[in-house]
Design a protein. Structure first.
Lengths: 768, 134
């Protein structure tokens, strides 16, 4: 272009111009060559934004031909996202600018260029823009990957480091600061080892530089690092494999992870384990530790020793324990264990029997804890064994004792009622229920007052009151509905209604935790009855004695104070004598009765002897009195003996035969039979039957015959104390012999006296 | 019915009724009061006693408590004292000397309670005292 202008000027300057032109054209072609040789793209763009010049480098980079590109707007080759950048910076450039901009090549690939752009102005008007484009694609890629790398590295919690052969740090990721507290800038260039705890440095060196040489006992990958604040953190170091190549350059790349937590937990576990073992061994318990993944179990020596085994005699596996469990306990124990493992419950507690070496069984209290991973899967279980055999024995003994006491409580002949501290009936025994006819439902949990009310409802006499221990025992008479009274065949015939029981109540205050009060109900019906009868007897006896005494006393006083005719005097004296005699008899009978009641067995002389002689002797005494009547006897031939006191039995015969005489008219004979029978219980008996044809008795009178002082109606003219048959009954009872009476009014009375028959030859009880 | 009339006077003799089931006792009491002009009547039991009372209207009644039958001495006393005969003097005679018995007797309205054995002389003195107040 410059050429055209220079051609139009004059010849003088032409030579100079010519040299200039030549120089310029030389310069120009050199420039052109340079440009064409350049790796950089050189371009010019007109004010309209079209390429006006492009060097060959354009083709190399973009693949577009210079021909097809010149004249095209530059926008066409710019990457979409950078179009606005292009317009803004590129085309509006004031003087000079440098920017990074993306072009798109013929294949559509993005090209990064650094553009240096300069604008040329002429007379305040933009003439043209020219610039260079330097390819920075590779650089850009590197920068991108570096950025990616950095961002990755920044986010990772792993420290990634690069060190050289002398352990100086060349590279660290941000995690370094996070974990160690040391700024990366401070740390670069320092020896990595200085940050490692001095005790671990030796191992660290070995680990990093000669990873093949590892300390045989522990693969020591964990090292301690000292933070800026002096704390210790545990890290695990990994050296990256690929670095065998990089060691050539001297660089080792590795990573560190903060495992402080893990180490801490491990240490704690270990400490706990130690603590646990210590405590357990102190407590004399056996320890077990079960690895659920390998099924191995650690049994402490004590564990095995508890069962009588040495350490070597039992294998350290789950099966060992399983096989020692008592068959009766096995199912429940295993089910309990499974519940624990599967059921997310961490505490296990079970009592079962394990077999000792000698074959005996020990009761074991087994307690354990389950350790799980984050997912809740059981990893490990550990626990202890305590031998509670002795405890168990004590427990059983207590239980037995409790049962015994319970039996005693229920079988006690006394009724027992207990009250809780809240004054509520807490228990009633079976005896009380059968005494009163209540059921336990009716009585349990009643308040004291309600109970008293209930008792009152069946109480005939006496006050129901259970307040004070110091109250004297009170007597209650209660009405009972259907009772099975065992006829004790006692010598005292009960004269009160058989539907009543007399109970003596005693209150005992216990003041123990569960029982405040115990009330005892003792059946004193018999005693009370006896007491009553005794006092009645006494008053009746007194009365009976006083009556003849009144005669004796009265008549004698009259005789002493008045004059009577001789005949009258004699008559009166006769009365006195008769009454006195009556008194004597009565006193004798009373004494006899008293003796028998006092059971002065010493006064009795029991012998095995035949009955016949005694009977015959009694009969003979009656013959003497010169009575018209006869005693007809029928004696069966009976071998055997009775066990009796002869004098007493003679008395019995005398009384009965005497009655037969007394209560029958003069012309009727008495019949006495001696015979043998087997009673309803299958026992052999010998009997004496005395029959008269006298006045006889009604059934009602028969009921009274053994009562003391009872005399039949219209007997006042007949001597009698009313005690004769009472005495007979006493003596027969004492001999455990039977007596029965049959009678019809005006027809006569038959009395049967039956004695146990003994075998004469053997002297033992004869059973037929 | 035993009717022992010893003497009959024109004067109104004092009538004594003896009630006791025991013949010995009746004999003794009879003998005791035979020294004077008493009209003596006897009864063996409660029923007889009541009849005699109605019939003879005795001034003094010697009454045993323990007697057979449905009516004992206490019942008889009770009857007398609640009837038109209440002015008769009732002397209870009993071998029963307990406090309860005496109390019973008093409740029935008896004028006197004598326990057996008794002094016949003392009894006659008692009766004489009563008679003097008639």
């Amino acid at each position: 272009m410059a050429n055209n202008r220079i051609k139009t000027q004059d010849t003088i300057s032409t030579q100079v111009n010519y040299r200039l032109v030549e120089a310029l054209s030389e310069y120009d072609s050199r420039f052109k060559n340079l440009i064409e040789q350049l790796n950089e793209i050189v371009f010019t763009v007109n004010p309209e934004g079209q390429f006006t010049f492009l060097n060959p480098a354009w083709e190399i980079y973009t693949g577009f031909l210079v021909n097809e590109s010149v004249g095209q707007p530059i926008q066409r080759f710019i990457y979409n996202d950078d179009l606005s950048l292009c317009i803004r910076e590129f085309l509006s450039v004031k003087k000079q600018t440098r920017l990074e901009i993306r072009f798109v090549d013929k294949l559509g690939k993005i090209l990064w260029f650094e553009a240096n752009v300069k604008s040329i102005w002429e007379k305040k008007k933009l003439k043209e823009i020219f610039g260079t484009l330097v390819d920075i694609s590779a650089r850009k890629k590197l920068i991108d990957s570096e950025m990616l790398f950095n961002s990755l590295v920044a986010s990772t919690s792993e420290i990634i480091f690069q060190i050289d052969r002398s352990a100086h740090i060349h590279f660290l990721t941000p995690a370094w600061y996070k974990i160690t507290g040391h700024a990366i800038t401070e740390s670069l260039g320092q020896s990595l080892l200085q940050y490692i705890h001095e005790d671990d440095r030796h191992f660290a060196v070995n680990f990093i530089y000669d990873p093949q040489i590892t300390v045989p006992s522990e693969p020591h990958q964990d090292f301690r690092v000292i933070t800026k604040t002096g704390e210790i953190r545990w890290v695990t170091i990994n050296i990256h494999e690929g670095d065998t190549k990089t060691t050539q350059i001297g660089q080792i790349t590795g990573s560190m992870q903060d495992v402080t937590e893990r180490v801490r937990v491990q240490q704690e576990l270990k400490a706990n384990k130690n603590r646990f073992s210590l405590a357990a061994s102190a407590a004399n318990d056996g320890i077990w530790d079960w690895n659920l993944l390998t099924d191995e179990v650690y049994f402490s020596p004590r564990w095995k020793e508890m069962l009588g085994y040495t350490d070597a005699e039992l294998e350290n596996s789950y099966a060992t324990w399983h096989n020692l469990i008592h068959p009766d306990d096995l199912k429940e124990t295993i089910s309990s264990l499974m519940n624990c493992l599967e059921g997310q419950v961490d505490l296990f507690e079970n009592v079962h029997r394990l077999k000792n070496k000698d074959g005996s069984w020990s009761w074991i209290l087994d307690r354990g804890i389950v350790m799980r991973d984050e997912a809740g899967n059981p990893l490990r279980m550990a626990g202890s064994h305590a031998d509670i055999t002795r405890l168990r024995q004590i427990e059983e003994a207590l239980l037995n004792q409790q049962q015994e006491l319970s039996v005693l409580f229920s079988m006690s002949p006394d009724g027992i009622v207990t009250l809780s501290p809240e004054h509520i009936i807490s228990s009633v025994n079976a005896t009380f229920l059968s005494m009163t006819g209540f059921s336990s439902d009716e009585l349990l949990y009643l308040t004291e007052n309600e109970f008293i009310e209930k008792l009152n409802s069946i109480c005939v006499s006496g006050t129901v009151c259970f307040f004070d221990e110091n109250d004297p025992p009170s007597l209650l008479q209660i009405l009972i509905n259907d009772i099975k009274r065992i006829d004790t065949d006692s010598y005292v015939s009960p004269s009160i209604s058989p539907n009543m029981l007399t109970l003596r109540t005693t209150v005992c205050l216990l003041n123990i935790e569960s029982i405040e009060k115990v009330i005892y109900f003792r059946d004193v019906t018999a005693e009370t009855e006896v007491d009553r009868m005794k006092s009645e007897f006494l008053s009746t006896a007194a009365h009976e004695l006083r009556t003849p005494m009144a005669s004796v006393y009265g008549f004698t006083e009259l005789l002493l104070n008045r004059e009577f005719e001789k005949g009258m005097t004699r008559d009166i004296l006769g009365n006195i004598h008769q009454q006195a005699a009556s008194l004597v008899r009565m006193i004798n009978d009373l004494l006899d009765l008293a003796k028998i009641e006092a059971r002065l067995g010493k006064e009795f002389h029991f012998l095995y002897q035949p009955l016949e002689p005694i009977l015959r002797q009694s009969i003979s005494e009656f013959m003497i009195h010169g009575d018209n009547r006869e005693i007809n006897t029928t004696f069966a031939d009976i071998k055997g003996t009775v066990y009796v006191d002869a004098d007493q039995i003679k008395r019995v015969f005398t009384n009965v035969i005497g009655n037969a005489f007394k209560y029958s008219p003069n012309n009727e004979n008495i019949h006495i039979t001696m015979t043998r029978r087997t009673n309803s219980l299958g026992n052999a008996q010998i009997g004496v039957i005395i029959k008269d044809k006298g006045f006889g008795m009604t059934d009602e009178q028969i009921e009274h015959i053994f009562e003391r002082f009872w005399r039949g109606p219209n007997t006042t003219h007949i001597n009698g104390t009313g005690l004769g048959m009472s005495l007979v009954k006493e003596i027969m009872n004492f001999h455990q012999a039977d007596i029965d009476i049959h009678s019809q009014p005006n027809e006569g009375t038959t009395v049967g006296l039956w004695f146990k028959l003994f075998n004469e030859s053997e002297g033992t009880y004869c059973e037929s | 019915m035993n009717h022992n009339v010893i003497e009959k006077n024109q004067q109104t003799d004092v009538k004594i009724l003896i009630v006791d089931d025991n013949p010995e006792m009746r004999k003794l009491l009879n003998l005791t009061f035979s020294y004077s002009n008493y009209q003596i009547f006897e009864a063996q039991n409660g029923d007889e006693a009541l009849n005699m009372i109605l019939m003879e209207r005795p001034d003094i009644i010697l009454l045993d408590i323990m007697m057979p039958g449905t009516i004992d001495g206490i019942a008889v006393c009770d009857y007398i004292k609640s009837s038109t005969m209440r002015s008769s003097h009732v002397i209870l005679l009993s071998a029963k000397g307990q406090q309860e018995d005496i109390k019973r007797g008093n409740l029935a309205g008896a004028d006197f309670y004598i326990t057996k054995p008794f002094s016949p002389i003392a009894l006659t003195e008692l009766v004489e005292t009563i008679v003097s107040s008639l």
